[in-house]
Design a protein. Sequence first.
Length: 128
Amino acid sequence: MSGMRTYIHGAILCLALSAPATMAQTTDTLRTFANCAGRLSAVMEYQWMFDGDASEQTKRQRADVLDLLAAVMPPDMGREVLHWRISAKLAQSALLTRATFNDDPADAAWATRTATRLTRECTSFLLS
């Protein structure tokens, strides 16, 4: 990650962490970052098979999300965060498989739209 992006991510995290937050808000943020890390891992692995060039951008985005996750993760939540990441990765992988190898065009289109929407949600809070 470039120096400016690191600085901006740090500034955003400082602002977010300095505001009073309930435990539920902190857990929601943590779970969002964990889910996104898992989803982007699945997308990256899918792209290795079908779109190698795109996997480089996804790899960078995944690294950014992992940085955010590490910044907000309490030390005692490691197992739970790993569980969230793995569950999200499996779900995203299932969607991508369903979109690619489906005999039902309508269902394949739904899976494609859903996988794309979930990926966009994960990359929308990143700085380019």
